[in-house]
Design a protein around this ligand. Structure first.
Ligand code: ASP
Length: 625
């Protein structure tokens, strides 16, 4: 028989009681985490979102409560009425925050029972993630998940407060709208009222936030949901949350300062200090030094080892002398057998016109000086695994040959990124040996959110870095055209504006990315605020006037009505939380995520809909057989 709640009011949260509360009458409510039956005494570990308190049901004190205690099972929902008392010395549990006390119950109400759950929230996450996602409500009861979402709340709140203090207004923009050109596929919503017409879900609030600047709001932000129909990866979801902002009359540095301020606040909310200002690196330098535009600075980068090889050596090794020759080292991997090295080979991207040398013994046999010099230049210790990556003349990559003074060519970028990707993959694989990531894990585990104690120094664990001066265009071989590397509202560098049509490859974009520990946290740009330049950009992208009008006509119109110079950025909130929660993937910090196959296993979405619904929407489904 279940009890009614009646007028009973909860007085405390389980996990907050301490020795100083001894003697207090309390009413606690929650789930039975565990039950231990010692005959005349039954112990219930009662759990709510704050933690666990031990309830004692003494047959003598509460025969009725004891009887109910015999019937309750884990995950029953109960209310315990009683008094806090100190535990006997030998019963103190130093591992529990409430381990010094227990509740001497005078009454137990059983508010609800439960079906046999497929797993217990009192234990660690089960391996089968599909079951976790199907029964997400039970999975979310686990203390680790409760902690992740509390953290997410604290971080979001800190960001909101920081942005508000910095003069930003939170303004909502539509979910049912028109396509935004962020480069992904749109989710479409058919209109019932306008047969055959569709809304698109926003890939970002980009156009609206720019219009808000035209409207004079000066500083806008939104914790915005964005929708992109893309294939899912570990750090992607079909819908995700951005900290999206835009400001009028900014320089790049103004945007950087705003972001650094709110990230500092977000990290502080997680109990970690983040030193500002963040370092800055150009795209070309980032490629040169890390082979990536989202470098992980926790491991050594790439070293130019061209000087270690005489021309004859390069010829014998069949290395392209005109392209970069770089090396990187993964610390402390130790000696690898041939088999172990071969197992790594599929991680090397062979489509970048590059090759690698990972057999140093062999290299040392034919070119002892080169091998020694490479190790010297990279600063490799005995146990470090060193790999040389260089251009492969046998498999040249198809790329534009345009090369500008002081800038990297596409072929060079390809070699660097082959090295950078290999470095990232090997770093993941040998994480337990080089231990460079453990610093971050340790800080996250030791940090105390909610300002409980002093913040932990995050300077060795988190490495934010701004990437600037991206190329404005990328060469698209199939079409032979220079395509925009960013969304088409990104302003070119003022200095490069004159080359827009004549030398697109030389034009740098006035845009920036923020990377941290190998993740792209966000990107933004100073925008085009003049219609003539916006039209030029559309033209250079091969977007005709008609197409531009059809897709962004309203925006082009708006640009003509006194648009201030403006710029902004969007940061992935899910990724920020993921980093600070030390979560292995985004699903751990999204309450109801989708699987890699884009399914919501709990709600069972997507699904078929009724013929009637389709009819109303003027839609007929034609499945490919
Ligand atoms: N809308 C851009 C994005 O979603 C961010 C920005 O440029 O502000 O990546």
């Amino acid at each position: 028989m279940l009890d009614f709640l009646g007028n009973l009011e909860r007085t405390n949260l389980c996990g907050t009681l301490r020795a100083a509360d001894a003697g207090k009458p309390v009413v606690l409510m929650g789930w039975v985490n565990r039950r231990r039956d010692h005959g005349n005494l039954i112990f219930l570990d009662l759990r709510d979102r704050s933690g666990i308190a031990q309830i004692v049901l003494d047959k003598e004190l509460t025969p009725d409560g004891h009887l109910k205690g015999e019937q309750v099972r884990p995950e029953y929902v109960v209310a315990a009425v009683g008094k806090v008392r100190l535990r006997a010395q030998d019963a103190i549990n130093p591992k529990m925050p409430t381990g010094e006390i227990e509740i001497e119950a005078t009454q137990l109400l059983v508010l609800n029972d439960t079906r046999q759950a497929p797993f217990s929230p009192s234990e660690d996450a089960i391996q089968n993630e599909e079951t976790r996602l199907k029964y997400r409500y039970i999975d979310l009861r686990r203390p680790e998940m409760q902690r992740n979402f509390r953290l997410r709340h604290d971080i979001t709140l800190a960001i909101r407060e920081s942005l508000s203090e910095q003069g930003f207004l939170e303004i909502e923009t539509p979910i049912l709208t028109k396509s935004t050109p962020e480069g992904a596929r749109d989710f479409l919503v058919p209109s019932r009222v306008h047969p055959g017409e569709f809304y698109a879900l926003p890939q970002s609030p980009q156009i609206f936030k720019q219009i808000l600047m035209i409207s004079g709001f000066d500083r806008y932000f939104q914790i915005a949901r964005c929708f992109r129909d893309e294939d899912l990866r570990a750090d992607r979801q079909l819908e995700f949350t951005q900290v999206d902002l835009e400001m009028s009359f900014p320089r790049q540095e103004s945007v950087f300062a705003v972001v650094e301020n709110f990230l500092k606040a977000a990290f502080a909310a997680a109990g970690v200090t983040l030193p500002t200002p963040f370092p800055k690196i150009t795209y070309d330098d980032s490629m040169r030094r890390f082979g990536s535009d989202k470098p992980d600075l926790r491991l050594p980068g790439l070293t130019d080892v061209r000087p270690a090889f005489a021309d004859a050596a390069l010829a014998t090794l069949q290395i392209d002398p005109a392209l970069p020759v770089v090396a990187f080292r993964i610390p402390n991997v130790g000696e690898l057998s041939r088999k172990e090295r071969e197992d790594n080979h599929p991680m090397f991207d062979t489509k970048k016109g590059a090759k690698f040398i990972d057999d140093f013994k062999r290299l040392a046999k034919s070119f002892p000086d080169s091998a020694a010099k490479v190790r010297e230049l990279t600063g490799a210790a005995e146990a470090d695994f060193v790999i040389v990556v260089a251009g492969d003349p046998a498999h040249p990559v198809k790329a534009s040959d345009t090369k500008f003074e002081g800038r990297l060519s596409e072929r060079e970028i390809n070699v660097y990124s082959a090295a950078g990707n290999f470095r990232t993959e090997l770093a993941k694989k040998y994480a337990d040996r080089h231990k460079a990531f453990h610093v971050t894990e340790k800080v996250v585990v030791e940090a105390h959110p909610h300002g409980a104690s002093d913040p932990i120094d995050g300077s060795t664990a988190f490495h934010p870095i701004w990437i600037v001066d991206f190329p404005m265009f990328e060469y698209d071989l199939p079409s032979g055209k220079w395509m925009p590397a960013h969304h088409p509202f990104t302003a070119p560098h003022e200095h490069d504006m004159a080359n827009l049509v004549s030398d697109p490859a030389s034009v740098r974009a006035n845009c920036y990315d923020l990377a941290m520990n190998g993740l792209e946290l966000g990107s933004g740009s100073i925008r085009i605020h003049r219609k003539d330049i916006q039209q030029q950009i559309f033209a250079s992208l091969g977007i005709s006037d008609e197409e531009a009008r059809a897709r962004f006509g309203f925006f082009l119109d708006a640009l003509e009505y006194g648009t201030p110079p403006h710029g902004g950025i969007a940061l992935g909130l899910d990724r920020i939380v993921m980093l600070l929660a030390g979560a292995p993937n985004m699903r751990e910090v999204v309450a109801f995520p989708k699987t890699a196959k884009a399914l919501d296993l709990m709600a069972e979405a997507p699904t078929n809909v009724s013929d009637q619904q389709l009819k109303e929407l003027h839609i007929r489904v034609a499945l490919k057989s």
